[in-house]
Ligand binder design. Structure first.
Ligand SMILES: Nc1ncnc2c1ncn2[C@@H]1O[C@H](COP(=O)(O)OP(=O)(O)OP(=O)(O)O)[C@@H](O)[C@H]1O
Ligand SMILES: [Mg+2]
Length: 266
């Protein structure tokens, strides 16, 4: 892999409580790659993501986020998405999306066009003046995504962003996320509990195990069609196909095996 965007080498984290949340984790993510971190609760997924985001300090190892695609001279920042939408309840949708631009010194007037374009691209045109309490859970996550994307990050770090949503909303957002990722040439590291979500989204699935938290294996999950993984691949037809066999089924089975407790303790 030539000059990875995210590079993690031998990273460990021992909390003051003595808990070893992460041991000797190494990972490289190339520009434009969509990588899932998949594993059971407590295996250190959030800890690893938070270290990469600079929100937590590692107690061992090194990491680097280049946040700069090879063809761009300007360094763009990385964006982080938490499990919930974490919107400001007192601010309108537009003002919530404005936040990263505001922090970068852009006035509301100057940011208006970018905010509107971003809201349009996540399917929320016309909701600029609405408040979070007036939105559904899926719409709130769309605002949260718009806020993460409005500053045009080249790297997006996502910690189970859709875990609280119903399955249909989640599938729809998964599909849209793939489209946005492709359109913006995003590099994405995506934490999930869901084997299905990991297989739907990621080109590579990094499987983690607990006690201590560690990377147990990495699975390649190449798309069937080069340009697009979409809902069509994962609807009832695909589930049936998964039961019958084929690459998706094999990837699911391998990942499920890797996640089984017997395997995880080896
Ligand atoms: N601030 C902290 N202080 C002490 N221990 C912590 C802290 N944060 C996490 N841990 C511990 O580190 C381990 C890994 O936690 P982490 O949140 O990274 O897991 P996770 O894989 O994201 O789990 P989940 O899927 O439930 O979100 C757990 O045992 C947790 O209790
Ligand atoms: Mg977590």
């Amino acid at each position: 892999m030539s000059s990875p965007v995210i590079s993690v080498e031998g990273v460990g984290k021992r909390f003051d409580s003595g808990t070893v949340a992460l041991a000797d984790a190494s990972l490289r993510v190339a520009h434009g790659e969509f990588v899932a971190l998949l594993g059971p609760s407590g295996c250190g997924k959030s800890t690893l993501l938070r270290i990469i985001a600079g929100l937590e300090r590692p107690s061992a190892g090194r990491f680097e986020v280049a946040a700069r695609p090879p063809h761009r001279a300007v360094c763009r920042r990385s964006g982080f998405m938490f499990q919930g939408p974490t919107l400001m309840p007192w601010a309108t949708v537009a003002d919530n999306v404005w936040l990263p631009l505001r922090l970068a010194g852009q006035s509301r007037a100057r940011a208006r066009d970018a905010i509107q374009a971003q809201l349009r691209s996540v399917g929320l045109a016309g909701f600029e003046g609405a408040f979070p309490r007036e939105l559904s859970g899926g719409m709130k996550m769309r605002v949260s995504i718009a806020r993460a994307l409005v500053a045009q990050p080249s790297v997006l770090l996502m910690d189970e962003p859709f875990a609280a949503l119903d399955e249909m909303t989640r599938i729809r957002l998964n599909e849209d996320l793939l489209a946005w990722a492709q359109a913006s040439h995003l590099t994405i590291l995506f934490v999930t509990h869901s084997v299905f979500e990991a297989v739907t989204l990621a080109q590579r699935i990094v499987v983690m195990a607990a006690n201590p938290g560690r990377i147990s294996q990495t699975l390649d999950n190449p798309p069937r069609r080069p340009a697009r993984r979409g809902l069509a691949r994962f609807g009832p037809t695909s589930r049936a196909a998964a039961r019958r066999g084929g690459p998706l089924s094999q990837a699911l089975r391998r990942t499920a095996e890797a996640l089984s407790p017997a395997r995880a303790t080896r």
